[in-house]
Design a protein around this ligand. Structure first.
Ligand SMILES: Cc1cc2nc3c(=O)[nH]c(=O)nc-3n(C[C@H](O)[C@H](O)[C@H](O)COP(=O)(O)OP(=O)(O)OC[C@H]3O[C@@H](n4cnc5c(N)ncnc54)[C@H](O)[C@@H]3O)c2cc1C
Length: 259
């Protein structure tokens, strides 16, 4: 069973974020593995183990030939990675990113499954997975909380507001994984050492056969016209209980028309 996992490398959320003059996020420092993607990596490793063979390949698009986040996922147990890094990618919108990732995935020999997170922690448009599936003409199953594969069929428990749906579809397919549904393993010391020599195939936009005008600012159909701080939340009203507080609460809820 061969699984491709798309992993985004993002600025450390613990650091204060900064914007470029064109309103894009500064990504020139060290990037780390997006925690959202660690669940997909863990699920993929478990699926390969359960199948008794195969491997996990990582695919990432990131500036400055960044591999720190990839090395974390390789240390967890992924076998190899493809990194797309190119100055021409600056300004890529979500569809541009999906085009690049789809082309990079096409370089992997016959993957049975492509996995992503439901949404990234920094951009969180939640649109890239379905765009990749569309571009590769794969069935797409979203919000997976549990995945099983048997006899070439994918069985997914798909998270819903009330519980989950059971969805089946043929392989190959693309599945987006809900955060928090498995416990990602900590890389062992042996895994960290092994990750240093695992192959990371670094490719450019031209290597993927894409025209520079299809990606980056040239290909972006969106423009960030301004960025405003989120409005501060107003302080709530504190009701001291003098024995009559319940009346005030009922009145308040009545005003909201929730009773
Ligand atoms: C006009 C514009 C300009 C932009 N310019 C830049 C820029 O210069 N530099 C920049 O870094 N970003 C830029 N962005 C942001 C960038 O487009 C998004 O971060 C990117 O398209 C992915 O969107 P997302 O994080 O919302 O993906 P989501 O759809 O929320 O991601 C879901 C999942 O898809 C996979 N995925 C998404 N992105 C990647 C990736 N890069 N590699 C591997 N897997 C991935 C992951 O599994 C991820 O969890 C720009 C956006 C716009 C609109």
């Amino acid at each position: 069973m061969n699984v491709v996992v798309c992993v985004k490398q993002i600025p450390d959320p613990a650091d204060p974020g900064a914007l470029n003059p064109d309103h894009t996020l500064k990504r020139d420092g060290k990037l780390i593995l997006d925690e959202s993607d660690s669940y997909g990596v863990e699920m993929a490793l478990q699926l390969v183990d359960a199948a008794g063979g195969g491997e996990v390949t990582l695919v990432s698009m990131a500036p400055n030939a960044e591999t720190a986040g990839l090395r974390t996922a390789l240390a967890m147990g992924a076998a190899k990675a493809i990194l797309v890094s190119d100055e021409a990618l600056k300004g890529s919108d979500a569809l541009g990113t999906a085009k690049v990732l789809a082309k990079a995935i096409s370089r992997v020999d016959a993957p049975d499954l492509v996995m992503t997170a439901t949404e990234s922690s920094d951009g969180y448009t939640g649109t890239v997975p379905e765009q990749i599936a569309g571009l590769l003409d794969l069935p797409s199953v979203t919000f997976a909380k549990h995945i099983e594969v048997s006899d070439g069929t994918l069985k997914v428990q798909r998270q819903t507001e009330l519980g989950y749906d059971e969805v089946t579809c043929p392989l190959p397919a693309l599945v987006s994984v809900t955060a928090g549904v498995v416990e990602p393993r900590y890389p062992s010391f042996k895994g960290i050492m092994a990750a240093k020599s695992k192959p990371v195939d670094q490719v450019t936009v031209a290597d993927l056969g894409l025209d520079a005008g299809e990606v980056g600012w040239g290909g972006a159909a969106q423009e960030i016209v301004s960025v405003e701080p989120a409005p501060e939340r107003k302080a709530g009203e504190i009701i001291e209980d003098d024995g009559e507080a319940h009346h005030k609460i009922v009145e308040f809820l009545d005003g909201l028309k929730v009773l």
